[in-house]
Design a binder for this molecule. Structure first.
Ligand code: BMP
Length: 220
């Protein structure tokens, strides 16, 4: 089942340390549907911050750990994320079918999102060649969803055609990386991941409200 969507925003909580994280969340958590952690904050603050944030704000937490190793290691990372209370985890598509199958098994109830194409220019060098295959594999393996580049809406549209309506598509590359708010959802995504456009603003609450209002017309 898909995560509940009210604003379509996944907050990329990529601030440097825990006090800043809680300050930001106290202001903007009500305007976001999902809270996404990446390595820097978890390495700085410890995995417990995932548990605390999940409990305090009652939103699904996406552990964006870009899992990309051999199965034994992947599965340990996945289980740690699940035990910490994450609701989803990001796994790279290029690890191959055996590792993806194993990751899905280790994940259990934890929703697995498969990365299809990185948003940086280098994402076009390698990941772009396999985007469609990664999307096909995600659908074939019945993953919960995929990541797609929100700064390339035509790719999001193609990925939606491949994965069908049931899988969730989460898109980064919005705001700071040039993607337009609402552009990815308009192209078929479920959620837009937004980080710097909110947390680097001098007024993050206002910025989040602006993002919410810009996305709203694209929500059906
Ligand atoms: P920002 O809105 O500040 O650009 O943040 C985007 C977030 O999405 C970061 O956490 C980044 O690591 C992640 N991300 C990305 O930017 N591009 C991808 O292809 C995949 C990502 O997960």
């Amino acid at each position: 089942m898909k995560w509940e969507r009210k604003t379509g925003i996944v907050l990329a909580l990529d601030v440097a340390e825990r006090d800043e994280a809680f300050r930001l969340l106290d202001g903007v958590a009500g305007m976001v549907d999902v809270i996404k952690f990446n390595y820097p904050l978890v390495l700085a603050a410890g995995l417990d911050i995932i548990t605390e944030v999940g409990k305090r704000y009652g939103k699904p937490v996406l552990a964006d750990f870009k899992v990309a190793d051999v199965p034994v290691t992947n599965n340990r990372i996945i289980r740690l994320a699940a035990e910490a209370g994450a609701a989803g985890i990001m796994v790279h598509g290029f690890i191959g079918i055996d590792a993806l199958r194993s990751a899905l098994e280790a994940a259990g109830e934890l929703k697995v999102f498969i990365v299809t194409q990185l948003t940086n220019p280098g994402g076009l060098e390698f990941t772009a060649r396999f985007t469609e295959e990664f999307a096909e594999i995600a659908a074939f393996l019945d993953a919960a969803g995929v990541q797609a580049p929100g700064n390339r809406p035509e790719v999001v549209k193609k990925v939606r055609e491949i994965v069908g309506p049931e899988l969730m598509i989460v898109c980064c590359g919005i705001g700071a990386q040039g993607g337009k708010f609402g552009g990815a959802i308009g192209a078929g995504a479920d959620f837009e991941i937004v980080g710097r456009a909110i947390y680097q603003s001098p007024d993050p609450v206002r910025a989040a409200a602006g993002v919410r209002d810009a996305i709203a017309p694209f929500l059906k």
